[in-house]
Design a protein. Structure first.
Length: 64
């Protein structure tokens, strides 16, 4: 039997780099979601002091 010679073929797909861009966007989104989940998206180290005026409501009995 005669073994035929085979030629090595190299394919160059010439990617545009869109896969890298999509990968970076996905990685940034995962980091942002992780930050919001683990840190509740709230800044730390501060004190919130809210002064609310007292509200009085006059209640009139209806006779029942």
């Amino acid at each position: 039997m005669h073994e035929s010679d085979r030629e090595t073929v190299i394919l160059d797909r010439g990617g545009s780099g869109a896969g890298i861009v999509v990968g970076i966007i996905v990685a940034v989104a995962i980091l942002a979601i992780g930050y919001l989940v683990f840190f509740n998206g709230a800044p730390t180290g501060g004190t919130v002091d809210v002064d609310v005026p007292a509200v009085s409501v006059d209640v009139v009995p209806d006779g029942q």
